[in-house]
Design a protein around this ligand. Structure first.
Ligand SMILES: [Zn+2]
Length: 172
């Protein structure tokens, strides 16, 4: 960001008074632009010892496999965001969500909050950000073609600890 959101003056990178980090500050109106980590919410959907994965139709990770997930929107809870992403990306309605992974990536200021959800059927419908979707047996996952380290971490912990108890949360 280069210009002030409030008055369009050029911003300066400096440490504001009573702060200890550099921020983008407006020298004209004193607006301070705070940047904080982004939260990504998602669901690991499973049914009858199979996991539903989506093949991404967008970058990053075009053509690679992931679980339905995406940036949390304002004014929604993490559960609502995860359910929304699951419906948008692969057309599934998740009723019971259990938080099972919190995965931080400080280098890019992202935090993943991922839930498991046992599906009531094997029906799904591919959305616009998905090339295809498929149920994979636990021992037949496409490990070499997983889109994100958070997803690999989630899948490994899910399989190693299946069936999970509601209270078990894995943190990287
Ligand atoms: Zn300003």
């Amino acid at each position: 960001m280069t210009y002030c959101l409030q008055c369009s003056h050029k911003l300066q990178l400096k440490i504001p008074d009573d702060d200890n980090r550099k921020r983008l500050v407006c020298p004209s109106c004193s607006y301070i632009h705070y940047e904080n980590p982004k939260i990504i919410v998602g669901v690991l959907p499973y049914y009858n010892n199979k996991i539903l994965l989506c093949q991404r139709s967008i970058d990053p990770g075009y053509g690679l496999w992931t679980i339905p997930s995406g940036f949390m929107e304002c004014n929604e809870s993490v559960e609502e965001g995860a359910k929304r992403e699951a419906f948008e990306e692969v057309g599934i309605t998740c009723s019971d969500l259990n938080l099972f992974v919190i995965y931080s990536i400080p280098s890019i200021s992202q935090v993943y909050m991922l839930f498991t959800s046992e599906l009531g059927s094997d029906q799904f419908a591919v959305g616009p950000e998905t090339l295809s979707a498929q149920f994979f047996l636990f021992n037949d996952l496409p490990w070499d073609d997983i889109a994100f380290s958070s997803v690999t971490f989630s899948l490994k912990n899910f399989i190693a600890n299946f069936p999970l108890t509601d209270s078990k949360v894995f943190i990287n």
